[in-house]
Write a protein that binds this ligand. Sequence first.
Ligand SMILES: Cc1cc2nc3c(=O)[nH]c(=O)nc-3n(C[C@H](O)[C@H](O)[C@H](O)COP(=O)(O)O)c2cc1C
Length: 330
Amino acid sequence: MSRDDTHLPKALQGLRIPLIASPLFIISVPKLVIAQCKAGIVGSFPALNAREGEGEHPLLDTWLTQIKEELDRHNQANPDRPAAPFAINQIVHRSNARLDRDLEICVKHEVPIWITSLGARIEVNEAAHSCGGVVLHDIINNRFAKKAIDKGADGLVAVAAGAGGHAGQQSPLALIQEIREWFDGPLALSGAIASGESLLAARAMGADFGYTGSAFIATDEANADQGYKDMIVESGAEDIVYSSLFTGVWGNYLRGSVENAGMDPDNLPQADASSMDFGTDREKPKAWKTIWGSGQGVGAVKSVGSAGSIVDRMEREYLAAGKKLAAEFG
Ligand SMILES: Cc1cc2nc3c(=O)[nH]c(=O)nc-3n(C[C@H](O)[C@H](O)[C@H](O)COP(=O)(O)O)c2cc1C
C-alpha cells in the first residue's frame, strides 16, 4: 500500500495509518500520548489535564518536556520507525482562565499540532503559527467549519453523531460531504471509529484521517478507573446515552455509569449552556464524578490492552479491508 499524503502539512505526513488519537479529559496523560506516538499515530492530550498545585511549576511545561525527551530517545534508537508527532488540545471557551499561559508554554515547546475546541479564535491560531504549529479545529457542522477556516485554522476535526464526549448530531456522511464541497485541506473525522474498517470508510468518504477516542480508554496507559475500562469493553452502541446534563454541552455517555450514579438514563433533564465551565477549578459535582463518556463505536473493543495493540489491530483491519475493496475495483 502506498498512501500519497504529500498534500498535507509536514507534521501530518507519514503516519503508520491515517489516525489521530483524540484528546480525552482526565484520561490522556503523557504515558498514553507517548505510547500512541511510538505506535505511529498522532497522540494528543488536553492542556487542561496538566494541573499543578497552588504555587507549583506549571505541570504542562513538565509534561511537554517529558513527551519530547521520550520521543527523541525513541527516534534515536529507532530511526527506521520514528514516532509520530503529538498534539495538544486547547479548550478556547471563555471559561478557560489558563488559556494565555498555556499558549505561551506551547509556543515555547514548539508544539507541532494544535487541536482547538469550543470556539475558534484568531489569536490562538496566530500563536500556533508563530512556532510552526498546525491547527485543527473541532466542529460539529458546516457553518462552524467555515467560521474556523475563516479565522485561520489550517484544518478541521468533524465531530459527527456517535462520538464520545461532546458529540455532534449530524451523520458523518453528510458532514464530510458538505465540508469537502469547499474545503480541500486537512480533515479528520471523529465519531465511533474504533476499527480499521471504519477508518477506511472515513477515508473513502473524503476524510484524510480518522480520529479515535473511546477505544483508547480501554488501554493499560489510560488514566481511567478499571471499572471504566471494563465498561467500555462490555458496552456496545445501544449502551450509549446522549445528554446535555453533565457539562452543559450535548455528549455521549455510558448508560451503565449513569445508572450506577442513581439516575435514569432514559429520563435525564437537560442543562442550559450557561453551566459550561472549563475553568481551572472545574470540579464535577460529586454525583457526576463517575459519569463516564464514550462514543458509539466501543462494540469493536473486546479487551483491555496496550495502546499499541489497538493501533496494531486497526492497521491489520484497515489493510485487509482495503485489499478486499481494491480487489472489487480490479
Ligand atoms: C471521556 C472523553 C473525554 C473527552 N475529552 C475531550 C477533551 O477534553 N477535549 C476534546 O477536544 N475532546 C474530548 N473528547 C472528544 C474526543 O476528542 C473525540 O471527539 C471523540 O472521543 C471521538 O469519538 P469516539 O470516542 O467515538 O472515538 C472526549 C471524549 C471522551 C470519550
